[in-house]
Design a protein around this ligand. Structure first.
Ligand code: 2RA
Length: 342
C-alpha cells in the first residue's frame, strides 16, 4: 500500500538528498510531509509532480506516519524519535542519538539486513555515521573471508559532513582568503577550513579521542558483528565540499594474497574496484562518478609486511553515507513488512 512518509530536517543537506532519492525510488508515497525549523517553513519543494510545503516541526499536531526519517541532529532525534515511534511510525534516525542502543538495530542493508527482520522494540532504526558506512562496506568482504589482526585508518572528510552550512563556510572562507581578507571566524569547524586540514571531527574526549573516531570503532563492531575488532583512526577534515576519503591499513593474521583481495572486492555488490591503479586511476571526491557506490583503489600489499594491505576508499558521504543508506533501510523494512504490511 501507499505509505505516509515524513522527513524531519528536510531542507538540510541530507534531508534534501533523501527527498530526491525518495522521489526517484519505487516507494509508493501517499503523503509526504517535509518538516524543518520555523525559518524554513513555507518553502515549496516539488515531489513527483506535486508541490509540498515545508512545515515547522514544532507546530504540527499530528505525528501519524508510516516512516519518519529524522535528519536534524541528535538533539531533535532524542526528543522526536520516541514521539513518532509512539504514534506507530518506524523511525529511521540519521543521528548519533540511538546508534549504540542495544535495542536499536544499526543497519547497512548490504551488510546486516537480518537485524531488521522485525519491528525493533523502540520503533527506531539507526542509520550509521557516514565514515562508518563506507568503511564497513569496503571491509565486509575482507574481514569475513580473512582473519584480520587490526585496522588503522585516516579519514579525509568533506565540509558537507556538517551540513550545508559547512559547505557555505568553506566557500565563503575560500573566497575571502583569495581576496586577501580573513573572512568571518570559523563557526562550523574548530579553525578555518580553507587552505587547511583539521585533525579533529567532533568533540575530543578526556582520552584525546575525537567523537568521530569513537563512532568509527563502535559502529563498525556493531554492524559487522565483530565485537573484538581492533580498529583505530585519526579523523581529519579537509577543504573538500563533498565526498569522504579514507586511507585504510589492514593487518591480517597471515600473509595476504592480492589476487584474492581483488576477487573479494570485485564480487562485493555496490563496491567499485579500481584494480589496476595505472590504467584505471583512482577515485577522488571532487570527480566522483556513481555516487551510489563505494569506490576502492590503491589496493596494495605493504612491501615491508606481507600481512599488511592498504586501501583508498572514497564515497559520497551525503548519499552512500546518509540519504541512500536511509532509503535502503526503508526499502528493506517495506520488503520485510516491518512497515506497510498490515
Ligand atoms: C562529519 N561524519 O563528517 C560526520 C557527521 N556527518 O562531520
Amino acid at each position: 500500500r501507499s505509505l505516509n512518509i515524513s522527513i524531519v530536517g528536510a531542507t538540510g543537506a541530507v534531508g534534501a538528498e533523501l527527498t530526491e532519492l525518495l522521489e526517484a525510488s519505487q516507494i509508493p508515497v501517499n503523503r509526504l510531509r517535509l518538516l524543518a525549523s520555523r525559518n524554513s517553513a513555507g518553502r515549496q519543494v516539488r515531489f513527483r509532480d506535486e508541490i509540498c510545503f515545508v512545515e515547522a516541526l514544532y507546530e504540527i499536531g499530528d505525528l501519524e506516519t508510516d516512516i519518519a526519517f529524522l535528519c536534524a541532529g541528535s538533539a531533535v532525534s532524542l526528543e522526536w524519535a520516541p514521539r513518532f515511534a509512539a504514534q506507530g511510525a518506524l523511525v529511521i534516525d540519521n543521528s548519533n542519538a540511538f546508534r549504540m542502543d542495544p535495542d536499536v538495530p544499526l543497519v547497512v542493508p548490504q551488510i546486516n539486513p537480518s537485524v531488521l527482520s522485525h519491528r525493533p522494540r523502540p520503533g527506531i532504526v539507526a542509520n550509521p555515521n557516514c565514515t562508518t558506512i563506507q568503511l564497513a562496506r569496503a571491509l565486509r568482504p575482507l574481514v569475513t573471508a580473512l582473519d584480520v589482526h587490526q585496522i588503522i585508518l585516516a579519514t579525509y572528510q568533506a565540509a558537507s559532513g556538517v551540513g550545508l552550512m559547512g559547505i557555505d563556510e568553506l566557500r565563503n572562507g575560500t573566497r575571502a582568503a583569495l581576496e586577501g581578507s580573513s573572512g568571518p571566524p570559523a563557526a562550523r569547524f574548530p579553525v578555518p577550513l580553507q587552505f587547511n586540514v583539521i585533525p579533529q571531527v567532533g568533540e575530543i574526549d578526556l582520552e584525546g579521542v575525537a567523537l568521530e573516531e569513537r563512532k568509527l570503532v563502535q559502529e563498525a563492531r556493531k554492524i559487522l558483528a565483530m565485537p573484538d575488532l581492533r580498529l583505530t583512526s585519526t579523523c581529519v577534515r579537509v577543504p573538500v565540499e563533498n565526498g569522504h576519503s579514507e586511507a585504510v591499513y589492514l593487518e591480517f593474521e597471515k600473509p595476504v594474497c592480492l589476487e584474492q583481495v581483488h576477487e573479494l572486492l570485485a564480487q562485493e555488490e555496490g563496491v567499485r574496484l579500481y584494480a589496476d591503479g595505472i590504467r584505471e586511476g583512482y577515485p577522488t571526491p571532487r570527480f566522483l562518478t556513481n555516487p551510489e557506490d563505494v569506490h576502492v583503489a590503491r589496493v596494495r600489499v605493504n612491501p615491508e609486511n606481507p600481512r599488511g594491505l592498504w586501501l583508498w576508499v572514497v564515497a559520497d558521504n551525503l548519499q552512500v553515507g546518509a540519504a541512500l543508506n536511509a532509503l535502503l533501510i526503508a526499502q528493506l523494512a517495506i520488503a520485510n513488512r516491518v512497515v506497510g504490511g498490515k
